[in-house]
Design a protein. Structure first.
Length: 172
């Protein structure tokens, strides 16, 4: 995150200095601010993507990657029905930061998530749709599919990628 601030100010400087005619008013236009924010977010998404790739490589995990950036692998294979949007999934999970810190656990208590509807990380909904009953999987969610720019205001910091180890016990 410390690298984002210099890039942001460099981008502001370049956009502000790129005007052909100097203006008396040096405020950025809304379009310029949106462009800078978009470029900063693209850069940060690429940085996270590279960081996750290196993490997976260091751990020797054989993970697949979705189009949105969720990494996933099966730890234990189930034989039940596949999850679908609108179903309620009963799961147990552990959530870790990439430094190994365990943030949350369901402590073997089944938690329910209504797939595609509940207010949980969008990457978790996407991951659950890759599962079938009995599967235990590992997901790595980049921050933009997890807790975003602000974190969860508790144990997960701003722009933090998270690792889920999750087991799908049942669907209804």
């Amino acid at each position: 995150m410390n690298r984002i601030i210099p890039i942001f100010f460099t981008a502001v400087f370049l956009v502000a200095c790129s005007e052909e005619e100097p203006e008396k008013n040096t405020q950025l236009t809304r379009q310029q601010v949106e462009y800078i924010a978009e470029q900063t977010n693209k850069w940060d998404a690429q940085r996270q993507d590279d960081e996750i790739d290196q993490y997976v490589l260091r751990h020797g995990w054989k993970m697949e990657k979705t189009k949105t950036g969720v990494r996933y692998m099966t730890i234990e294979e189930g034989k039940g029905d596949s999850a679908k949007v609108g179903q309620t999934a009963q799961v147990t999970y552990d959530i870790f930061l990439m430094d190994g810190t365990k943030c949350y656990t369901s402590l073997d208590t089944l938690k329910e998530v209504r797939i595609g509807e509940d207010y949980v990380e969008s990457g978790l909904h996407e991951g659950l749709l890759l599962m079938q009953v009995g599967d235990k999987m590992r997901f790595i969610l980049p921050s933009y599919l997890a807790n975003g720019l602000t974190g969860d205001q508790n144990k997960i910091g701003p722009r933090a990628s998270v690792i889920y180890e999750i087991k799908l016990h049942s669907l209804h």
